[in-house]
Design a protein around this ligand. Structure first.
Ligand code: NAD
Ligand code: IPM
Ligand code: MN
Length: 350
């Protein structure tokens, strides 16, 4: 029996979470797996429940779980939740920090099922398959001091050698099981933190003589992601650059709605969530693409529970359904969230 803490969150979060849970439950008997789901309020839902983005009972459940599934949080920058003592976004950052989830793995691929749906030319995106390894618990998101004054404001970007070393090791270890190529992305022509980043990643690379390391500045990397996406294997980068570059990379498969992620600590529970947000613009309409959440659940099966076959079956079902043209509005179709989910479940049971 696997204990999974479920943080459905806000906006489309609960809609796509329902899909992922339905898929897990449908697949479980075939793979003799049992799940116990513990739903907890988080984000805006946490504020409604107990005034904070991350209520203490929610954190306690996460700490006791075998894995965590997170939908998405937030109500947008103008939401009344942004006035809470701890906003949804602060709750998310607090959860990542409390669980030490420093390694955020964001796989970006364009399976053949999505080739025709990508806004980028087929010959450019065909074969795209890389992983963004995003540092998740430091950098400008957490550095102090930070202050919003009346007519000025500042944030601090702060990285230690230890923090850069551990994320670099993650990237090289992932690369060793792939095409052995790491692209480290920074802004070392300007930023002190990036100069340290480059030095430390270079030092770590010496322990991985079977891998190659290249450095690239973040601005030109942003361009290369859409122009030559097949030239990447593993990208390792700091928190903010990883956030931005991975959303940019969602243009390759054609939508944020198909991109999952996994967040790991050194030891301890891992968290699985789509890379996108709560999509307030489409919430409550049963039109969100649940693939990102279903594929996040598949990552959980593979990386936390070692259920490779079950993970593969779910991934294959998702892409087979897309290939048949059953797609949600973000990919130009008119399938509802629940229709797409039902089609995936039919494939798994077939
Ligand atoms: P967003 O990712 O929520 O949405 C960006 C665009 O992508 C929107 O047009 C949306 O409709 C679309 N989209 C996203 N996911 C989709 C899906 N599964 N299916 C179909 N379309 C999808 O980004 P935003 O609008 O800038 O942010 C909205 C809120 O989400 C903010 O409060 C932000 O802080 C929060 N957010 C939370 C997370 C998280 O929970 N991990 C991640 C990113 C943003
Ligand atoms: C993400 C989100 C978060 C981030 C926000 C909501 C704090 O954009 O998970 O990518 O910037 O990390
Ligand atoms: Mn983001």
């Amino acid at each position: 029996m696997k204990k999974i803490t479920v943080l459905a969150g806000d906006g489309i979060g609960p809609e796509i979470m329902n899909s992922a849970i339905a898929v897990l439950q449908a697949a479980a008997p075939k793979y003799e797996q049992e799940f116990q789901f513990d739903s907890q309020p988080f984000g805006g839902a946490g504020i409604e429940d107990s005034g904070k983005g991350l209520p203490s009972k929610t954190l306690a459940s996460c700490q006791n779980a075998d894995a965590i599934l997170l939908g998405a949080i937030g109500g947008g920058v103008n939401s009344s939740w942004e006035k809470a003592e701890q906003t949804p976004e602060q709750g998310l950052l607090a959860l990542r920090k409390a669980l030490n989830l420093f390694a955020n793995i964001r796989p970006i691929s364009v399976p053949d099922a999505l080739l025709a749906l990508s806004p980028i030319k087929k010959e450019i995106v065909k074969g795209t398959d890389f992983i963004v390894v995003r540092e998740l618990t430091s950098g400008i998101y957490f550095g102090k001091p930070r202050e919003l004054q009346k007519t000025a404001a500042f944030d601090t970007c702060y990285y230690t050698e230890t923090e850069i070393t551990r994320i670099a090791h993650q990237a090289f270890q992932i690369a060793q099981n792939r095409n052995k190529k790491v692209t480290s992305v920074d802004k070392a022509n300007v930023l002190a933190t990036s100069k340290l980043w480059r030095k430390v990643v270079t030092a770590v690379s010496k322990e991985y003589p079977d891998c190659t390391l290249e450095h690239q500045l973040v601005d030109s990397c942003a361009m290369r992601i859409v122009q030559q996406p097949t030239t990447f294997d593993v990208i390792v980068t700091e928190n903010l650059f990883g956030d931005i570059l991975s959303d940019e990379a969602s243009v390759l498969p054609g939508t944020l709605g198909v991109l999952p992620s996994a967040s790991h600590s050194e030891k301890g529970v891992s968290l699985y969530e789509p890379i996108h947000g709560s999509a307030p613009d489409i919430a409550g309409q049963n039109i969100a693409n649940p693939a990102s959440m279903i594929l996040s659940a598949a990552l959980m099966l593979r990386q936390s529970f070692n259920e490779e076959k079950m993970a593969q079956a779910i991934e294959a079902a998702v892409f087979a359904v897309i290939n048949e043209g059953i797609v949600t509005a973000d990919l130009g179709g008119n399938a509802k969230t629940t229709e797409f989910t039902a089609a995936v479940i039919n494939k798994i049971k077939a």
